[in-house]
Structure formats: C-alpha cells, structure tokens
Design a protein around this ligand. Sequence first.
Ligand SMILES: Cc1cc2nc3c(=O)[nH]c(=O)nc-3n(C[C@H](O)[C@H](O)[C@H](O)COP(=O)(O)OP(=O)(O)OC[C@H]3O[C@@H](n4cnc5c(N)ncnc54)[C@H](O)[C@@H]3O)c2cc1C
Length: 360
Amino acid sequence: MGDGQVMRAGWVIGCDGTGSTTRKLAGVGFPGVKLSERFLLADLRLDWDLDRSGTSGWIHPTGMLGAMPMPDPVSGGDNLWRLIAYDPGHSDDKPGEQEILDRLRQILPERSGRQVRIGEAEWVSQFTIHRRLADRYRNGRIVLAGDAAHAHAPFGGQGMLTGVGDAENLGWKLALVVQGKANEALLDTYEAERRPLATEVLRGTANVTKVNIASSPIGRFIRDRVLVRLFNLAGIQRWTTYTTSQLWVSYRKGPLGGRGAKPRPGDRLSDRTVVRADGGTTRLHAELGGHWALLAPHAGANELETVARQRLGDRLGILRHQDEQTMLVRPDAHLAWRGSDTAGLERWLDGALERGQVSR
Ligand SMILES: Cc1cc2nc3c(=O)[nH]c(=O)nc-3n(C[C@H](O)[C@H](O)[C@H](O)COP(=O)(O)OP(=O)(O)OC[C@H]3O[C@@H](n4cnc5c(N)ncnc54)[C@H](O)[C@@H]3O)c2cc1C
C-alpha cells in the first residue's frame, strides 16, 4: 500500500483509472491510439452574461469551448462554471496551473464572443483523449473495471456509466465465486458481456471526438453546417439521449443470454411496480442491488423459490408480478431466466454457475 502496509487478498479488482498500476502489474496490454491534443479543464468563478439554466458550447476555428454552470460548494454563489476547451498546437508537456489559467483568459472571450471577468479558480486540470481497450478483463484473480479497462473521450458522458455497469456486472458474479456457489467460469462471462459494450462505446466516442475537433474545411463544414442542425431536431435529441443512457444494453447474445419472447434472458428489465411477500408494493430496482429477485405470478411458485434459494442463498427477494411466468432477475437488473418449470431453472443455474454458459 502507499503507506507501506502489506495486505493479502484473495482477489484484486483494478479500478484504478486509465493509468492503472494493477493492469500493468497483471501484464494486461492496453492497446489503442491517441485521438486528440490537450483539452483544458477548470472550475472558475466568472462574471459574464451567460444563461445558467443549461450547458453552452461554442465551436470556433481554434477549437471548441464548453461551459457548464456548477453549484458553488464554498460560497453557495451562482458564478462557478466548469469550462472545457480544446487547445491544440502545444508541446506534449503537461501545462501547469498558471499556463492553463492564462490560456483560458485568452480563449474565453475569443471563442464565446463575450466579455468575461475571471475570478478565482476552484480547480484546474487537463486531459488528452485516448481510445484504448484492455486485451482482457481478467488475469487469474486480478480483474479490471472502469477506466482501467477502457479509456475513451468524455463526449456523451459514457465513461462513468460504463464503469458503474462493469461493477454491477462483476459484483454479483465475484460474490458467488467467493462464497463457493459458482465456479470461476462464471467470471469469464464478465468480459464476454462487458467488453463488447466497451468496444461500442469506444467506437461511438471516437467518432464524436473526430467531429468535435475537426479542423479540415470539409470536417468543419459537416460539423458546423450539417450536424449542428441535425442535433437541433427533437427526434435526434431523443435518440441521442436514449443511446447515451445505456438503458438499451442487453447481454442476450452473450453466454448467459437466451432467445424467445421479450424480455429475453440477458435483456435489462425496466423498473416496475412489484408486490412483496407481505403484500406491500415496491419497485423492482429498489429490491435489487445486492440481491437477486424472483418475480413469481400471484399464485406463487414455491418449488422455483426453493431451487433458486438453494443455489443463490439468502440474497434473493421473492416478489410477485402480473405475469404467468416466473422471472429470475440478476442483481444488475438483467433477466437471468424466465419460465415455469423447475428443471428449466435448474438447467440455467447449472450452466451459469458451473460452466458460465447456458443453453439457448
Ligand atoms: C472532462 C471529463 C468529463 C467527463 N464527464 C463524464 C460524464 O458526464 N459522464 C460519465 O459517465 N463519465 C464522464 N467522464 C468519465 C469519467 O470521469 C470516468 O470514466 C470515471 O471517472 C472512471 O472511473 P474509474 O473509477 O474507473 O476511474 P477514476 O475515476 O480514474 O478513479 C480511479 C481511482 O483510483 C485511484 N488510484 C489510481 N492509482 C492508484 C494506486 N496506485 N493506489 C491507490 N489508488 C489509486 C485514483 O486516485 C482514483 O481515485 C468524464 C471525464 C472527463 C475527463
């Protein structure tokens, strides 16, 4: 540890960011490319005439500028802004705090076309965009998650979302393995389910980056004249919101997925009202997290409940829903299995927990 302590652990989850020491020590490659030159990032107190009800952005021949209003944790005032500015054409050396502030002093009026009085800085930083994906997500008892496994552009707000999704996917699998309820083969489904999604996110965010930092006349024409108009259309905005929400993510084509009527095994179940054993109503997602859920028809499904509890343990909530079939829902809100016969549920549990592969 940083303070010299030595700790022994059965498993290590490397969630230590893009520069992950864990990943390097595990010998996992992180191939990819640099996509941009430097972006400057700062939380500054500004005196300017800009609407605080939303985020503003400017596309300028010298680079983009974005400004987001931020709550001020220190003064409680309403003049703190998070600024992000592309700043190409400089050396690869990391700029110091003073250089970042000097550049922003120049960039802000130039790109926003407004008069700005710059006050105190709360925080300054810089970053460069890379597109990188870990060769594999696990090496023995070392598992990677979050930016340690995938690095990409911040555009579209996908990084934290993808990392949280990794943790939700890995958490319940690792818990079952550590408790001796599943074989390590179940952990292989973590990479099989999550790495294809990260590949998609990398592709999407790399394309958005190319558009955002385009400097050629054709690239700028497409961005400034075509795409800006397109993104003002309500339908495109709805599509973008849905796409970037990742609420569509499904593992149905993965090793634990299945076919049949929707929702299919592997699909994410949307939140819904369900009934607890004591008759009280609750929301499905409020019952998940660290727990599985067995959604049974109102008539009950005692044998299925017994089978699920035997294999998964006490972290299983029994709930009732308006459906003829029983659904077993994973702690990450994806459908594990649906059906009515105990043999079918046993087959799914055998496949998932013992081999990390269910029959489709
Ligand atoms: C400008 C910008 C805007 C963004 N906006 C969004 C957004 O709107 N939505 C979104 O979803 N994502 C966004 N992201 C991406 C998001 O911030 C990251 O994807 C997310 O923080 C990754 O989380 P992580 O826990 O994997 O890694 P990190 O946040 O990098 O955390 C890793 C942690 O590990 C610690 N650590 C590293 N090495 C060691 C070590 N050797 N010992 C002990 N500790 C160590 C670090 O100190 C750090 O606390 C944005 C990123 C940027 C740069």
